[in-house]
Design a protein around this ligand. Structure first.
Ligand SMILES: [Zn+2]
Ligand SMILES: [Zn+2]
Length: 173
């Protein structure tokens, strides 16, 4: 039981990290941001304009950077003797964050693997209607993309607004 709770905790941490990076992308980074601008932010802005467009990209084109980051994290942890199952789980979930995000953009009328539809129905992976709320103006809630659990909590607590008051003025969209 404790292991299950721990695993859920790890998944929620991964969910939070995706939400945090997404919030930074949406709120502070622009195409002019060094390194990240061209690579991440242009695609992010495009995604907000046309939510379905990134479905045309292959799995590798969408996830190579997360896989690379995940591999570097695992190798570093191996050398530091810190390669626990919790870290494995965290990395595996995080590496696939964009894929999970893509699945949330495929509606139930379109073609998606049955198992994914089932996991979404069971509220294990983030559902299409849930993520759709991020794509509604003013696009400033539901930043986490893996589960349905964290967003309602963080949004109700006004967590992102609190962070914005610490981080300062958001970019104008
Ligand atoms: Zn966004
Ligand atoms: Zn989206």
């Amino acid at each position: 039981m404790f292991i299950l709770l721990k695993a859920i905790g790890v998944i929620l941490v991964a969910d939070f990290v995706t939400g945090f990076v997404h919030w930074l992308e949406d709120s502070y980074w622009s195409p002019e941001t060094p390194i990240l601008g061209k690579w991440l932010i242009e695609a992010n802005l495009e995604h907000h304009k046309n939510g379905q467009a990134f479905l045309k990209k292959s799995w590798l084109a969408s996830s190579w950077d997360l896989y690379l980051t995940g591999m570097i994290t695992l190798m570093t942890a191996y050398y530091l003797n810190f390669l626990t199952w919790e870290l494995w789980l965290f990395v595996i979930i995080s590496m696939n964050a964009n894929q999970i995000h893509k699945w949330a953009h495929i509606t139930r009328y379109e073609n998606k693997p049955n198992i994914i539809g089932l996991l979404q129905k069971m509220y294990i992976l983030q559902r299409t209607d849930h993520h759709g709320q991020h794509h509604r103006k003013p696009n400033n809630s539901h930043y986490c993309v893996i589960t349905n659990i964290l967003n309602p909590v963080l949004d109700r607590l006004q967590f992102w607004r609190m962070l914005e008051s610490v981080f300062g003025q958001k970019k104008s969209v």
